[in-house]
Design a protein around this ligand. Structure first.
Ligand code: HEC
Length: 115
């Protein structure tokens, strides 16, 4: 899977490359968080499982809505996660809402939006 290049196939992440996805609120919490990260990327400090990472994740907005929805549904259901699936319609709506956005999100911005 595309994400495994950085987050690793077991979702455990890799020091200096990407934080883990397993057991992480960013993955299993409100789908708007991870959906926005995929559409526009994530930049700067982010706390994951009590550890602060200060890296850059590129945007995956080039993937079509169905692909993004499938990837997010996968990571929300893999590794014992039991979060709700994500629909292509949900991605499509967010894509339209932020169509003029041309820079990655910061973790602070995202947490503010999903408060
Ligand atoms: C090129 C490497 C790379 C790829 C490929 C990548 N990511 Fe990331 N991802 C990162 C980095 C680096 C961060 C942390 C960015 C920061 O420090 O602000 C991150 C953060 C995240 C986060 C929030 C923090 C966390 O660990 O939960 C999620 C969710 C996420 N990525 C999901 C994905 C998904 C799903 C894919 C596959 C479509 C993917 N990423 C592909 C590098 C990558």
């Amino acid at each position: 899977m595309t994400c495994a290049a950085c987050h690793q196939g077991d979702g455990g992440g890799l020091e200096g490359v990407a934080p883990p996805l397993v057991g992480v609120d960013w993955v299993t919490g409100p789908a708007g968080l991870s959906a926005r990260i995929l559409l526009h990327g994530l930049s700067g400090p982010v706390e994951v499982l009590g550890k602060t990472y200060n890296l850059e994740m590129p945007a995956f907005g080039f993937m079509v809505d169905e692909q993004i929805a499938a990837v997010l549904t996968y990571v929300r259901r893999a590794w014992g996660h039991r979060a709700d699936p994500v629909s292509p319609e949900f991605i499509s709506k967010l894509r339209q809402e932020y169509s003029s956005r041309d820079r990655p999100w910061s973790a602070t911005e995202l947490l503010e939006l999903e408060k």
